[in-house]
Each structure stands twice: as C-alpha cells, then as structure tokens.
Design a protein around this ligand. Structure first.
Ligand SMILES: *[C@@H]1O[C@H](CO)[C@@H](O)[C@H](O)[C@H]1NC(C)=O
Length: 457
C-alpha cells in the first residue's frame, strides 16, 4: 500500500512538472555588466542556472568587412590571448542544469540597423553569416542563435528590409534546424513598427520563439512622464499613446497571425526616468523635459536598473512610491532631485499576464544583472524573475515584501537543493575540467570559480 501511495505521488508530481515545463523563461544576460563598479558588477559566475529555462548572451556583432558573426569583446567573450572565456563559462552553466538552453544573441545596441539591412539584402552575405554563426555556436557549445534587429525598415534601414529580414531568418532556420539549434527573434510590439517591419506569419513560421519587447514604450524622448511598460493604457492616454500598452501589443501580434505557442512576452527589470520640471506635478503626464540622471552602475541617462532603484530607495525618505489605482505598475519620485521613475517590482511582474493569453512564456530583458540585489538588499525569497514565472503559471504571489525593504542577509543564495559553502566544490572542478578541454584556455584558468561554484550539496 505504501509503495502504491509513493508511486501515485510520483506520477502526480510528474504530471505537475510536465505542466510547468511548457512555460519558458528566457533571460538575457548583458555581458558588459562585468565592467560595472562595486555591487553593480555582474559576471557569468553570478548567474543562477536554475532561474531561467533559456539564457541569452548579449551581444555578438556582425563584421561589415567579412559579414561573419564576431565577438563584441573578444577579451571578455573568448579564451584567445588570455581572454576571460565568458562564452564558454556561460554555456558551461549547462553542467549545473542539464535542462538549460544557452543562446547567443546578435544585434542589440552593438549592430546598426544599416548593417543588418546590408547583410540581409545579399544572398552571399547571408550565406557567409549563417555559416559563421553555426560555427560560432558549435565552437562554444551554444544551443541557439537570437537575432536582435529591433527595427527592420527603420533606423538606417530600407523598405526591402521587411522581406530581407525573413530571408535572413529563413536561411538561418534551415542551417540551425539541421544542427538541432534554436532560432529566436526579438521584436517590437509597437503597432507602427509591426506594420512596416514584420511579415508576421512568415516570421512566426521560421523561428522557435518570437519575443515581444514589452518595455521601452515610453521614455524621455517624450516631454511627459509615463510608465515604459504599462500592461494596460492609462485612462488619460489618447491617440497613438492609447496603443502603447503590453495588452494592445500582444493582441495586435495575435491578430496578425503569430503562432501563440511561440510567442514570448518580454518584460523588464529596469525603470525609465525623467527629471520633473516641478514637484507640483508628479503623476502620469507630468511635464518633464529632461531624462533622469544616470545610476551608479548602468550609467545611462533616463535608465535605472532595479538594483539601483532599490539602493536609492532603501533607507531613504526622499522617495515617494505610488501605485496609481488605474495601473498595474509602480512609479516613484524623489523629492530631492526630482527624478521620476516608472519601474517594475515583483508584484507588478507577477501581474503581467502572458499565461492568460496562452503564450509560450516570458522573456526578461537586462534581467540578470539589474534584477539582482546584493548585500543589505538581498533576501531569500523569490526574485523578480521568479515572480514573473509564478504569475505566468497562475501560482499565488509569494513576495509580499518589496526587495527594497528587505532584511539583511548574510549568506549567498544558492539554487534549490544546494547550500552555500566556502570551499570550491564539485561544480567548480567540473567547470575547470571543461575549460581545460577548450583550445587556448589558460592552463591555470580559475575564472570559472566564482559565486555559484560555491553552491554544493
Ligand atoms: C571555430 O573553431 C575553429 C577551430 O578552432 C577556428 O578555426 C574557427 O575560427 C572558430 N570559429 C569561430 C567563429 O569562432
């Protein structure tokens, strides 16, 4: 009888697991965070290999001399010339979580629209690019390629980009599928971009995941405050602004014929900031003619990472956090420097609704390095990304306390089932072993030994 109960339990547990396994959580890693100062520094070794189902390494570039894919920062990315081997350490996270998929992203801010345009218009250039991409993925054991061309036909492009973008993806799809490698595309959810840039059914046909950028919808290029990732429009939105919401964008993509089972909603762990003209007007549509000042780590006008937002708010009485009852996302403003910041916290991310639309899952931008908190702000509960996954799976919200008010923690967080210990464990040795097998690796390479390598059983 006991055996039967146990067996039944495992069958049920198996069913639950197969249910959750359908949801993807795709997390971008901004490799440049390794150069950030102090608590903002974030390297491959800091990544929790169990937090996401897919990790995307941002970014690789395209050579306009050869049309081959190339590393953005060979010293950090590769092992050659005593480099830091970040690609190899990234894909070696699969030693810790064998179910993890690792993907290399080409594009983002590091590739001009005109470069993508010139690459995709020429069949022989596409061939060179595709071959070099496959070689790159295989050399470093990536499981797939992501094309992060944000705005075909715009930003240095041409009207033919719409067709040529599909040609590029189709060529890639053919070569990658042969090697059992994934292809993803990161795209805009703004209607004016969708209308000119994408042949939606074709695009949906040739990639494994279509990832919608559900953020950066408003920003300091406007002279009024607004949340950059609103789930629904604000009651004061009219005209084109009323269409700048995640809800509208997702529905629009679905109406254009995207395969929902490939559609992934992209969420963010950063805030967009303005400097208010006056503290007399601090809500939505407050007059603000300047971008907010840069944060200490991300060092970008108009942007603050969640880690920076929390550090600024923590223990400070200069910030007022507001949850507009008509909206799902918080914003905060500083009464000293008049910064206005619309951002996401675990509660707002939990509420984003990918599941109820029958989508494949969620993607997170700039997730790992700005979503992580260190020192006094870190706590043991679910992170922002876990809240997103919980929301997607219709699980109850389990982070009632904001990270920013969190109690201090003294130990590092380890993946479930592993505990933090101070001496290097098996995992560390496994990574080292893998490094040795790579050409050009330093014989005494110890760079893989940080953070998670100290989690053991
Ligand atoms: C892949 O590895 C081979 C053999 O080491 C090397 O010749 C080639 O340049 C590498 N290609 C890329 C794109 O890294």
């Amino acid at each position: 009888m006991r055996t039967l109960v146990v067996a039944t339990f495992f069958v049920l547990a198996g069913l639950c697991l197969s249910g959750t396994a359908e949801a993807v959580t795709i997390c971008y890693f901004g490799s440049w965070a390794v150069w950030r100062q102090g608590a903002g520094r974030y390297d491959v070794g800091d990544i929790d290999p169990f937090l996401c189902t897919h990790l995307i390494y941002g970014f690789a570039e395209i050579s306009t001399a050869t049309w081959e894919v190339e590393a953005m920062e060979p010293y950090n990315d590769l092992c050659v010339d005593y480099g830091q081997c970040a690609y190899s350490r990234f894909t070696a996270l699969k030693n810790l979580n064998p179910d993890l998929k690792t993907i290399l992203s080409v594009g983002g801010n590091s590739v001009e629209g005109s470069t993508f345009s010139q690459l995709s218009e020429d069949a022989s250039r596409r061939k060179i690019f595709v071959n070099s991409a496959v070689e790159m993925l295989k050399n470093y054991s990536f499981d797939g390629l992501d094309i992060n061309w944000m705005h075909p036909t715009g930003e240095g492009g041409q009207p033919e980009d719409k067709e040529n973008y599909i040609a590029l993806l189709r060529d890639l799809h053919g070569a990658l599928a042969d090697e059992d490698l994934l292809l993803t595309a990161c795209v805009s959810l703004k209607k004016p971009v969708v209308d000119v840039a994408y042949d939606v059914p074709e695009l949906s046909d040739v990639v494994d995941f279509v990832m919608l950028n559900g953020y950066n919808l408003h920003g300091p290029w406007h002279t009024f405050t607004h949340h950059h990732a609103p789930l629904f429009a604000h009651p004061a939105d009219t005209g084109a602004n009323a269409l700048l919401s995640i809800d509208y964008g997702v529905r629009y993509w679905i109406s254009k014929g995207v395969d929902k089972t490939k559609l992934v909603l992209g969420l963010s762990t950063y805030g967009t900031t303005w400097t208010l003209n006056s503290l007399g007007d601090t809500g939505y549509y407050a007059y603000a003619t300047q971008a907010g000042k840069p944060g200490p780590y991300t060092a970008t006008l108009g942007i603050l990472g969640y880690n920076e937002i929390c550090e600024l708010q923590h223990g400070s009485d200069q910030w007022t956090v507001v949850r507009d009852p008509a909206m799902h996302e918080p914003y905060a403003y500083s009464t000293t420097d008049k910064t206005w910041c619309g951002y996401e916290d675990s509660q707002s991310l939990w509420r984003k609704y990918a599941r109820s639309q029958g989508l494949a899952g969620v993607m997170v931008w700039s997730s790992l390095e700005t979503g992580r908190l260190l020192g006094v702000l870190q706590r043991g509960g679910p992170t922002l990304i876990r809240s997103m996954t919980e929301g997607f799976l219709d699980l109850p919200f389990s982070t009632p306390v904001s990270h920013c008010e969190a109690a201090p923690r003294t130990t590092r967080e380890c993946p479930e089932g592993l505990v933090w210990n101070t001496r290097p464990g098996r995992v560390h040795l496994a990574l080292r072993h893998r490094h040795r097998a790579l050409p050009h690796a330093r014989p005494d390479d110890d760079t893989a030994g940080d953070s998670y390598s100290n989690c053991g059983d």
